[in-house]
Design a protein around this ligand. Sequence first.
Ligand SMILES: [Zn+2]
Length: 512
Amino acid sequence: MKNKLPLFNYAILFLFIFIFQIFTLTNSYAQIFNDISSDYEFYNYIEDLKQRNIIDGYTDGTFRPNNKLTRGELSKIVTNAFSLKADSKSNNFLDLEETDTFYDYIITLNQLGIINGYSDGTFRSYEKVTRGQAMKFIVNSVKLSDNEKFVEVPQWTIFPDVDESNTFFNYINSATSIKLNDGTRIIKGYSTGEFGVNNNITRAEISKVISQTLNYYENGGTFEPPLTYQEANNELAGVDENNEILAIYSIKTDSTITIIREYEKTDLQVNEQMWGIITNVIPENRIQNLSKFNLFTDGEKESLAGIYRDAYNLENFNFMIDYLDIYQNSTINETLLEYATIHELGHIISLNSEQITITKSLYTAKTIEEMEEMKGIAELLCTNYYAFDGCSKDNSYINSFVNTFWTEEQLNRLEEIYNADTDEEQNQLLNDFYWDYENDFVTLYALSAPTEDFAESFTHFITHERPEDTTFIKDQKTEFFYSFPELVDLRNDIRIHISEDTKNVDIQSYLL
Ligand SMILES: [Zn+2]
């Protein structure tokens, strides 16, 4: 969780345009299939494909939109829809007979590299197609003619049920990124926010995807990832678009890590060593609150580390480290890493679900505007301090901390800083704020938000000797933590493990 100043200059990346189409039926009286009426949500797509002779109904005149498709059937639809042809006709599948109704289509798609069957050499023509598999069919077909747009697929997980290790991760991210000129997408997830990767795709759903993809071919569009869970999360966490993800590890229950994705070269041994230092600082029971360990960079300086809420499990956090800041001149800067880890631990102990009531709707919002609206409402309803993405509980650390130390005037000043029109004005206000309250904050970064003040004061509490004199508010903030025996135990424990250099150090000029 970091608070980046200037805060609110971010561009709104993903603007969703909802167009309510008023359509007139050219063929007003003819019903295309006797089980589908013109007000059915997939009617237009089914009609479109029917007119193009890409799909047909059953002999009894029905379409049966909720029936599931087989892999063979989908092969035929895709081949016809995109007019695909292949020269060679060799059969690479152990279970595919020439007598199979869909033989030619399957062979064609295989020759073009669109599908390659299962690793055991079978194709399983009569198996039902999952939504994940269907995206592979579609994306690979589109790629054939539109290759360059599919090189950069979103690196973040868009759907909570499709993580980076999913076979169809890239295909799903690509397919959901195809946006038509009218603002619609060829496919979205369910309204629950999930993609339904393992659900079988229905005839109605595939009609929509194919019809929309043809529309994309004919009328153009853009390749833009949607804003859902992870991006909303990044937005909240202040992870900006300049951040480049280098590697993603999943944290196992025994606190060790396994790599799930490596995007850019990092030294895996260095990553492991960094993780070793982190787990030396964070106690075992708190490691259990972490899901992923991510290496990223935004270049040197700026962000150093961060935690953000895990989209799959809001009880947990993901931990991120700027690889280039920590690993300089082929050496891990141990002090910097220990300091950053203690700071993030300060967030973990104060922002977990035992301490605050998380506003879950922030993570299902589909646009930044919707997310901000939800946050505004949640903040209004919260009678305690609203900490980052949730309402702090009555006896929580952060609520006590803010009530004890932050005056109404200071909170208003901060609000004013956030709302400044220009960077210049913001810096001026920030500067004034700092000089007016120089003795209230342990570091300059601490005044960027009460949550950051908490984390920085916590870090001071861990790394510094107990203050002898508590005249200044910044020393009272450090002293605050001594009133919690469990935090004193934690301090003693961490101080055994960290290097002497980290004690009494003050780190400035990074975002944490
Ligand atoms: Zn922080």
